[in-house]
Design a protein around this ligand. Sequence first.
Ligand SMILES: [Zn+2]
Length: 296
Amino acid sequence: MSLPAITLRGLTGLLGVSRTTTRSLTRGLSVFTFHDVTDNPSPFQTAADVATPTEVFRSQVEWIARTFDVIDPVRIGGSGSLPSNAAAITFDDAWSGTFTNGFAILDELEIPAIAFLNYCGVDHGVDATALAAFERGFEAGFPDMSHRHDRPADPDSFRAFQGELVSESTINVWDGHPRFWFGSHLYWHVVSIGAKRTELEESYQRNAERLAELDNSVRFVSFPFGQPGDHFDDSHVATIQRLGAERLFSARSRVNRGPLAYLVDRTSMPTGDPSPGQALMNLLHRELLDRLGRTR
Ligand SMILES: [Zn+2]
């Protein structure tokens, strides 16, 4: 770890303890991303670092709720002003524990959230990223559109490796809830870079058709993987906007400062460390490293 990174880790650890200090650093909109919430992660989820244990999740969302002004995510699509330290809770992918554990805990705490779903997982039981890791290894990287129709040669072994995806009936149980919403993570869980425009359009439209069956769907889209430049570019943003999405979400970790852009940035929450310092580190590291670098 570099010296600025070590300094930063110590700094955010101290700062995270104080609500006032944290709020002074996070004016704007902070959008947090989770994936699965489970105490029994699959081999894929462990390796991909997408499973948050239930008690870690509970303490993280409790910290978010007492530190920030948590808003109903739907407000991000509107033009009204947001609280000075707004935060929103989001989930990506289509994991079962997102709903059976994550939504259940948020329901108990009365905290609103949105889940961005890939319907390929719901319809076919296949997350393309898990399948790529299963068939070709993690070192092969994230799959692109050419792998969107891949299916496992050994479905049972693959399912045990992948972990449990959400069923339509579980989604229906939560549909209609006053605080929970469903958005799109596109139909296939693959990178958008390299996709033909028609392929990206199909991935958007297929998912939109499935989401339209729900009462609580909103036209928000989060790009799979979500790093601008690496996983999608401006042409993909333009395509999705033209197709009618009201907001797009990236995984560029930072607070959204000032008036909201069409592309809203989100920050992944750490899966193992429940301390506020680690969450703040994820949220602020880009800006703070920049400042430390400038003043040295
Ligand atoms: Zn994803």
